[in-house]
Design a protein around this ligand. Sequence first.
Ligand SMILES: Nc1nc2c([nH]c(=O)n2[C@H]2C[C@H](O)[C@@H](COP(=O)(O)OP(=O)(O)OP(=O)(O)O)O2)c(=O)[nH]1
Length: 148
Amino acid sequence: MDRVTVLVVAAAILDDLAAPTRLLAARRSAPKTLAGSWEFAGGKVEPGEDPMAALVRELDEELGVEIAFGDLVPGSLPGRTWPIHRGHEMLVWTARITKGEPVPLQDHDELRWLAPADLHSVPWLPADVPIVDAVAASVFAGASPRPS
Ligand SMILES: Nc1nc2c([nH]c(=O)n2[C@H]2C[C@H](O)[C@@H](COP(=O)(O)OP(=O)(O)OP(=O)(O)O)O2)c(=O)[nH]1
C-alpha cells in the first residue's frame, strides 16, 4: 500500500464465530452520497493507529459494542486489503460482540442481522458486494444468493 492510500477497517460481525447464522449490516446515514447504502461497521485508521485498535475504537463509537476478532477476510490486494474506491483500501475481519447491544450511535440509522439467504436483500455499498460473498463463502458455506 503506498503512502497516500487511506486504510479503512471494518468488521463482518457475526452472531457466533463457531456456528454463525447471521451477519450484522449497518445502513449509512451520512454523508449524503453514501446515505441509504449498507456496509460493515468500521472507519478510517488514524495516522499512527494500529488497524485492529482502530476497529475496536470505531465499533465503540458507532455501535457501542466491544468485540472479539475472528479471522481476516482476505482481500485481493497485496496487503490482503479490499479495493473500495480510489485511494482507499479496506481490511475486514469477522468478529463477534462480547459486550453491549449494537445500536446505531453514529454514521448509521439502522442495523439489521441478515440470515445467509437474505445477505443481498439490502443495497450494500458497491465495493462491499464481493466482500459479502467472500464472508458467505467462508462462514456460511457459500449461501448468499444474489438477487436475479
Ligand atoms: N466503514 C465502512 N466504510 C466503507 C465500507 N465500504 C466502503 O466502500 N466504505 C467506504 C465509505 C467511506 O468512503 C470510507 C470509510 O469512511 P468512514 O466515513 O466510515 O470513516 P470514519 O468513520 O473514520 O469517518 P470520517 O473520519 O471520515 O468522518 O470507506 C464499509 O463496509 N464500511
